[in-house]
Every structure is written in C-alpha cells, then in structure tokens.
Design a protein around this ligand. Structure first.
Ligand SMILES: Cc1cc2nc3c(=O)[nH]c(=O)nc-3n(C[C@H](O)[C@H](O)[C@H](O)COP(=O)(O)OP(=O)(O)OC[C@H]3O[C@@H](n4cnc5c(N)ncnc54)[C@H](O)[C@@H]3O)c2cc1C
Length: 404
C-alpha cells in the first residue's frame, strides 16, 4: 500500500492539465491514473473533426509551453483547422509525455472514505491512500439512450459513443436520431462510407454555427470587436461568451439566469463545415420516435406523424446526461455524501464537492461553473482554480480536513 497527497483519476484533458498544474506545487506528491485520452481514442468516430476553434483546443498548462503551436513546432506535424480527431489525440499524448511521463495507466476500481482522506483500490487490487482525490473521468458513463431503445440488441441500435469505426455500417440503411454535432457529423461520415442515411430530430430547425452574423462579428468588424464579444474559450454566442469564460462570476448569478445562459450557450448545433457534407442526406425535423421494435434482422421505427421506417441500424446521437451516481468506482457511502442536483455535484471553490478533499472536474462541474466545464477550454479555469485552492491549504493539511 502506498500513500500520496493527491490522486487524479482520469487522463483526459482535465486530468492531464490538473496534473501539470499541481506538479508545480512544491512538496506535493501527485499520482495520476487512467488510460490517456481513452474517450477520444475509443468513443469518438474516426474521421471526426473538433468543433472547437484553435484557441479553445489547447489543454491548459502552467507555463503556456504545451500549446498546439508548440506541438506543431516540436513534431513538424501539419495542423489544419478544424483540427482532425487523430491529430488532437497525438497532441494530447505528446502533452502527457511532457507533463505526466509517470502516468499509471491502471483503472481505479473503487474510492472509499478513509480516516486520513481516501482509500483507492486499483483494478489489480493494489491499494493507494490519498489525502485528496480529483475525479476527472469525463462523460463516457453518461451516454443517454432514449427509453424506447432500451432492450434492443447492439447490432440494431447503438449510441454514437459506441462507434469508433462507422465503416462497420457501410452499405446499410441507418437512421440517425438527433440534431446536434455528434448526430450530424456521424450522418455525414456514414454517408461518406456508403451507408443510406436519414436523420430524424425533434428540433424544428438545425442551428448551424458560424452563421453570417457570427462570421461578421468574428472576422469583419475588426479584432477589437471580435475580442470584446468572444473569449478565446469559445463557448457561447457574442457577449455571452465573455461571461461563460468567467465561471467564478457565473457561479454567483441567480440559478434561473445561469440556466438560461447555459441553454443558450450549448444548444444542439452543427458546425458550418458539415452543411455541404450533408447535402445528400435526408433530414426530417420536428419529429420524435414513438415506438421501436425488432423485425427479423431489422428494426422498425414509428414517428409521431404516423410514418414508419424499417432500417438495419439506428444510431443514437442523443448525447449525454450527467449523473455522477453512474461513476461506479465511487463507493456508496462516499457517493451518498456528495450533495448533487439533477445528477450534478454542487461544487465550491477549487471544484470541491460537499465531501472535503474530493474534487470533480469536467462536465459534472457545469452545474456550478457553467458550460465551459464541458469543453477542453475549461481546463484553464479548472486547473488554476484547483492549484490555487490546494496550494493555499498546503500539502500537509489536506488529510486532516477529511477526518471529520
Ligand atoms: C463526439 C464528441 C466531440 C467532442 N468535440 C469536442 C471539441 O471539439 N472540443 C471540446 O472542447 N470538447 C469536445 N467534446 C467534449 C469532450 O468530451 C470534453 O471536452 C473532454 O473530453 C473533457 O475532458 P475530460 O478530461 O473531462 O474527460 P475525458 O476526455 O473523457 O477523459 C476521462 C479520462 O478518465 C479516464 N477514466 C475513466 N474512468 C476511470 C477510472 N475508473 N480509473 C482511471 N481512469 C479512468 C479515462 O481513461 C479517460 O482518459 C466532444 C465530445 C464528444 C462526445
């Protein structure tokens, strides 16, 4: 059994960035666990492009030395915008090798309270005691399947996160459900591998990003106006973007206003570069699925206008619903003590939960700190806030607080 000051669970953008920042705190012993970038490697479709812009695609590091530009220079790799998925993964793995070379790729099977903080059990049974735990395990546990699709076998219906290689659906008739980036980009990729695709979405119109107004404000009104209206973090429309980039300020706003701004900032939308790629894909808007059932090797889907389709596969681009009860590594006693609203933990300074010494980063932090936490660009705020909080308390105090 080993003991350390801080354990980070997760080696995606948030875990890696938190590790890079915490390692600047003198005397703090930090261990990091998890397969690096596993969600991006296994749960996003090959051929995908990142929707976030260049400045918002940087994983924060304390010295601004591990940027996309630095990666490009160090590796001589050409990087275009939008950034292709495989290049972003290469960048993040390069970041990991520089900032967290001693990453331990084992999974954490269990986290429990312990008199001196927390007890972590690794997948192979090894035990680590830690005064603080930073959970940065992302959204893969939260993939949402509408109830109508429960019980269908995986070869008839799957979530977008289960399809790394869409070529397996080449030549098939596929119905894609959803009107956001994931559904629309999957539909384009499916069409390009030779599937017969139709998209069905509840929304009455697809919101395309980078429309005329946004392009004019970004590029034609001068750099000053653009910078005034849009923060480099690139979450939210003109003006609101600046507020979203200030999670500490956002946290203090009344709940109703915060929720309205959140909804407006991350409503389902598609990147403009998908428009041409979807020209030959039929998109049925304003419709929802009322029933689904297998018919032999196929699946029959009935919509609320009474129409029916029988297809070989349904691809669910239905997003993610955060609910930290689904983090199965959190022991039940510990999970019960985390104060949550609608599945989101209520976090205070340093992204700490109601359990002292237990912090949660990434999308689950959005209820407290806004939608920036759902994106890579939120690593700038999260890591700095965390390091300020932990350094402010001193490495030796942390375990003492959790003994109450
Ligand atoms: C299709 C799609 C496209 C997206 N495009 C963008 C985009 O263009 N720009 C953007 O900013 N965001 C994008 N996002 C959002 C993106 O998922 C988040 O920005 C990002 O992944 C958040 O990083 P994270 O570190 O919180 O989580 P993740 O990247 O999911 O990392 C979590 C890590 O935790 C590890 N882990 C999980 N459980 C355990 C365990 N028990 N023990 C040890 N390790 C564990 C995993 O190995 C993984 O590496 C997209 C999301 C999707 C679904």
């Amino acid at each position: 059994m080993t003991t350390c000051d801080v354990t980070i669970i997760g080696a995606g953008p948030y875990g890696l960035s938190a590790a890079a920042h915490l390692r600047t705190v003198k005397g703090l012993e930090v261990r990091v666990f998890g397969e690096p970038m596993s969600f991006w490697k296994h749960n996003m479709p090959a051929g995908m492009f990142l929707r976030s812009n260049w400045t918002a695609t940087q994983i924060a590091d304390p010295n601004y030395a591990l940027t996309l530009e630095a990666y490009k220079t160090a590796n001589g790799n050409h990087l275009s915008h939008p950034v292709p998925l495989h290049r972003f993964i290469q960048y993040a793995l390069w970041y990991q090798r520089q900032a967290v070379p001693d990453l331990d790729q084992r999974k954490i099977a269990r986290v429990e309270s312990h008199p001196n903080g927390f007890r972590l059990i690794l997948e192979d049974g090894e035990v680590v005691n830690s005064r603080r735990v930073i959970v940065a395990t992302g959204i893969s546990s939260f993939a949402w399947r509408p109830p109508e699709f429960e019980g269908l076998p995986p070869w008839l219906a799957s979530h977008t996160s289960e399809n790394r290689d869409l070529c397996r659906l080449a030549g098939k008739q596929v119905l894609v459900i959803g009107g956001g980036q994931s559904a629309l980009e999957s539909a384009a990729l499916l069409r390009e591998v030779g599937a017969e695709v139709e998209v069905v979405a509840r929304t009455h119109r697809i919101h395309w990003l980078q429309g005329w107004t946004s392009r004019a404000l970004h590029h034609q009104m001068g750099k000053f106006t653009s910078r005034l209206l849009y923060a480099p973090t690139d979450v939210g429309p003109a003006g609101i973007s600046q507020l979203m980039a200030r999670p500490e300020l956002l946290r203090r706003l009344p709940r109703g206003i915060k929720d309205r701004l959140w909804k407006r900032s991350v409503r389902p939308a598609g990147a403009r570069w998908l428009v041409n790629r979807l020209q030959n894909v039929s998109i049925r808007l304003g419709r929802s699925v009322v029933s689904v059932g297998p018919v032999g090797e196929q699946v029959k889907v009935r919509l609320d206008d009474g129409s029916e389709r029988t297809v070989q596969h349904v691809l669910l681009g239905t997003g993610y619903h955060v609910d930290i009860a689904k983090y199965d590594f959190l022991g039940p006693e510990l999970a019960r003590r985390i104060h949550c609203v609608n599945g989101y933990p209520c976090l205070t300074k340093g992204l700490e939960t109601s359990v002292q010494g237990l912090h949660i980063l990434g999308a689950p932090a959005a209820w407290s700190f806004g939608p920036l936490m759902q994106f890579v660009s939120g690593t700038h705020y999260a890591s700095r806030s965390l390091v300020r909080f932990i350094a402010g308390r001193g490495a030796t105090q942390v375990g003492d607080e959790t003994t109450t």
